[in-house]
Design a protein around this ligand. Structure first.
Ligand SMILES: Cc1ncc(C[n+]2csc(CCOP(=O)(O)OP(=O)(O)O)c2C)c(N)n1
Ligand code: SF4
Length: 272
């Protein structure tokens, strides 16, 4: 049962009303429960940010580290104990902005971890500054006249870096989200899921969507599936959230398996 994994005595959640973080946490917990992962063998690893509060509510092992380093800690934990199920939960500031370098190298190495990036399009916890995913023209605390940069296509970055499972969902389609996170958990190698999520208190408030349903509706209205996007032009896809699976391959050993093969080979040679 999901309640076996959630620290219900810590409820209610500290997140603002209408925040998407609770929906994503529930999807992660449901999928862990469905796989019967032992709590002792599971680590939820977070960085600093509203998203970083996720591990406060889990009855698994948890590790709450510094901003931008969730992937770095997750990498270390998986290497120290390859039998652990390591799930990194990050914000877009944590995951791709300050933490972008860790993300691309974990993807390149095909580290066998699940990386879930909650993309609420800004730095929620610190007051709504722009991040590496903030869309052009958006109003944030640090772009009060409109943002002059495009946000990263984070899935594109992770796929280009070598991630072997790469997907994007939104909190507006929980059935798809549950499926994507489940597939990521079943994948051997670096599995990345970006989740577009509302932050009505900061991004929403700054962009005339302070009521939670308004930002949710905006996400829904601007979401297109991978299949539909295939027939759309680059201009039509500007500021759209394309959802689905962008990469799903098993043609490369994960980092630990590749390293272990060398260790076994050298051990074999030494014994000859
Ligand atoms: C090294 C470092 N830089 C900056 C900060 C300040 N800081 C804390 S949370 C945060 C932004 C969090 O944004 P994001 O990762 O998108 O998470 P959210 O709060 O939106 O869930 C920043 C800049 C910090 N704690 N450590
Ligand atoms: S500030 Fe935004 S991300 Fe943080 S809890 Fe509130 S709605 Fe959620």
């Amino acid at each position: 049962m999901i309640s076996d994994y959630l620290l219900e005595e810590k409820l209610p959640l500290s997140w603002c009303a209408g925040c998407g973080n609770g929906i994503i946490l529930q999807s992660i917990m449901r999928n862990i429960d469905a796989r019967h992962w032992r709590k002792e063998d599971t680590v939820i690893c977070t960085g600093i940010g509203c998203s970083g509060k996720a591990d406060d509510y889990t009855r698994t092992n948890s590790f709450h580290g510094t901003h931008g380093r969730a992937i770095a800690f997750s990498t270390g934990m998986k290497l120290a104990n390859p039998n652990l199920h390591v799930v990194a939960v990050m914000g877009d500031g944590d995951g791709i902005t300050i933490g972008g370098n860790h993300l691309i190298h974990a993807a390149r190495r095909n580290m066998d971890i699940v990386a879930i990036m909650i993309n609420n399009l800004n730095y929620g916890m610190t007051g709504g500054q722009y991040s590496g995913t903030t869309p052009r023209d958006s109003i944030t605390k640090t772009s009060v006249y409109g943002h002059v940069e495009d946000g990263f296509d984070v899935c594109g970055v992770v796929k280009a870096a070598g991630g072997t499972f790469v997907a994007r969902g939104t909190v507006m389609d929980v059935v798809q989200l549950n499926s994507l996170i489940g597939k990521a958990m079943d994948h051997k190698g670096f599995a990345f899921v970006e989740v577009i999520s509302p932050c009505p208190a900061q991004f929403g408030r700054n962009n005339k969507m302070s009521a939670a349903p308004a930002m949710m509706q905006w996400i829904k209205d601007n979401t297109v599936s991978v299949a539909k996007a295939a027939g759309m032009s680059r201009a039509e896809l500007k500021k759209k959230f394309v959802t689905g699976i962008f990469e799903d391959r098993n043609d490369q050993d994960d980092y630990y398996t590749a390293y272990k093969k060398i260790i076994d080979r050298l051990g074999g040679e030494e014994n000859e």
